[in-house]
Design a protein around this ligand. Sequence first.
Ligand code: ZN
Length: 279
Amino acid sequence: MLQKTISDTIDFEGIGVHSGEVSKILLHPEKENTGVRFLIKGVYIPAHYAYVKGTEHATLLGKEGVSVSTVEHLLAVLYMLGVDNITVEFLRGYEVPILDGSGYHFYKAVKEKVLELSSPARVLEIQEAFEYRNCRAYIKIEPYEGFCAYYRGYVRGMLEDGQVQYCGNPKEVVFARTFCYEEDVERLLSMGLAKGGSLKNAVVIGNGFVHNPEGMRSKDEPLRHKLLDLIGDLSLLGCRIRGKVYSYLGGHRLNYEFVRSLAERTFSTSLASSSVSTP
Ligand code: ZN
């Protein structure tokens, strides 16, 4: 497996779902071993769990007093396409544009420009099972020859129990939009969140129905979106993963705690741990 970047700069512009402000970002090609990173106000922030500063309804990364937010959908798409080296520059705003609430537009644009480099990719090979739990919710990982991620949960009033999976086909998850429950809208707004949220970029779930006139894109769309979030947050390990990940009711907070615990276990002595290989 070789490292990848993009062949050419790609731009995105749109509203931030939480800030409500228009953001403009540029994705720049980078050479081998640069990693995925953000550039804002002259500061480079690596897409790495060590820079996570917030997990409240989105993943926020910060360094030296500046931050970037809602990074997970873009990061998920980059991870699924194997893009290891890229700089995401903010020309305006600090929140990655929400676009239609899914990873679809990022996927469509980046997929066309993926460029293979000549160095082998960094891969974390899972040697033994590990589980991180918070009450009923948990995430576990176990050895596997490739990368597979599963999400199991429910959609209140609509789907009692469902499970979705990603085992290499981004099309199964990129279309799934951000969602929230009708009763949470007021609370989100009072917290200063979701100021840019609308039926154009989020599915709003009522009691047994959705407010969006077009309905859901699949009956388990919210679960597929949770899987998209999980993949984006897992990418904060800073390398590709060879293992099978299973999340039961996980969200950004648990995703982050899982990644941090897994990394602390794996990279406890040095980053040159034997379980990170560059085949
Ligand atoms: Zn999300």
